[in-house]
Design a protein around this ligand. Sequence first.
Ligand SMILES: [Zn+2]
Length: 85
Amino acid sequence: MIRTIHCTPCNARKPYQCLWCGEPIERGELYVRALVKVDDSVQDQKWHSECLEHSVLIDISGEFTFDAYSNTRPVKDALAWVYPE
Ligand SMILES: [Zn+2]
């Protein structure tokens, strides 16, 4: 069972790797830090905000599994055409 404990937007103080796409999160870049409980272990996950958004859109149940570090990073503002201003 997967349960999100909390999700916080953070400014990267050091380089990280995005859990979804495996691309670097550069120092100073805004990213989302997610504390997630998977079965009995707690994971400290780092995500690009657009990657997290994209993964949530794929499966809103939050119970899906995926291969870490090997997914395509979505283009930022890819949803702009869905919700034009
Ligand atoms: Zn990413």
